[in-house]
Design a protein around this ligand. Sequence first.
Ligand code: MN
Length: 327
Amino acid sequence: MKELAGFLADAARHGQRILVLCHHNADPDATGSSLVLADVLGQLGARAQAGVSEGINAISQNILKAFGREIAINPPLNADLAVLVDTSSLEHLGKLGGELKQRKLKFAIIDHHRPAEGREQLASFYFVREDFAAEAELILQLVKEFGVKLTPEQASLLLAGIISDTGHFRFAKGHTFEAVDALLKAGADYGRVLEAMQLPDDISKRIAMVKAAGRSELRRIHGHLVVFSELGSFEADAASMLVRIGADVAFVGSEEKGGVRLCGRARQEILRATRLHLGEIMEELSKEFGGSGGGHAGAASMQGKGRLDELRKYLFKTLEQKLKPKE
Ligand SMILES: [Mn+2]
């Protein structure tokens, strides 16, 4: 961390043009981290600007609006150094990443994701800490290392990043709370951040969820609650919702122009108790129905050809076998 701070402070003090960039569809962790790092490098003497590839997500838009900030989308790459934050590969920078490579622009990486193959060799400076739940925590440490004081707005932007990347503290580490404490002391407004992070659900999604619930068929298979429903959109959200409200396993399928799609979600407990693997089941179904499919044990999907009703029957038959208690 000291070395990284030294490298960046040096570049800043020489008045370099520094672009702080983050991935497309940027979440609050990416946008907050880029903006605050660019601010601080500017304070240290750099001509710094934050930028994002292609655009930012809806929650980020709310957060930036709440704290009166803007971030440049696809900024021109005329800089001496690019700093990539919260971005695990150049591909996540879209066409900016290609341009970066083409122009051979010097760049540094500060990240908390598992490193993508090969990017370490390309970077002039490389700093990855996978034990940090959010990039914002890393930036906070860096700011401390610079000896710079955050404004309340900057502290709020970093706090939003932490709340977002930890799934409202579900994946927080012990040191995450120390970071939160420091940000609150710097004036972060927890209430306003939380409020800005709540997006009203899209009306079409709400209608889809209610329909999925209404159309759901419940079966008890070897003591497990299996739910099947049908929906033409938001299938994954609906399957997750059905698990949340009580199903052990939920499948939501659709049929259109001779093709079928199926999405499944399962509760952690049933995966542990039965060794059920939805990815395997989807692979099997996709073979049977001439398509493609797969996924994780608890979240998977497939698509193929045929009738949804056939798929449903085949699925229940498969589950009957898979959920049978082992001797
Ligand atoms: Mn992140």
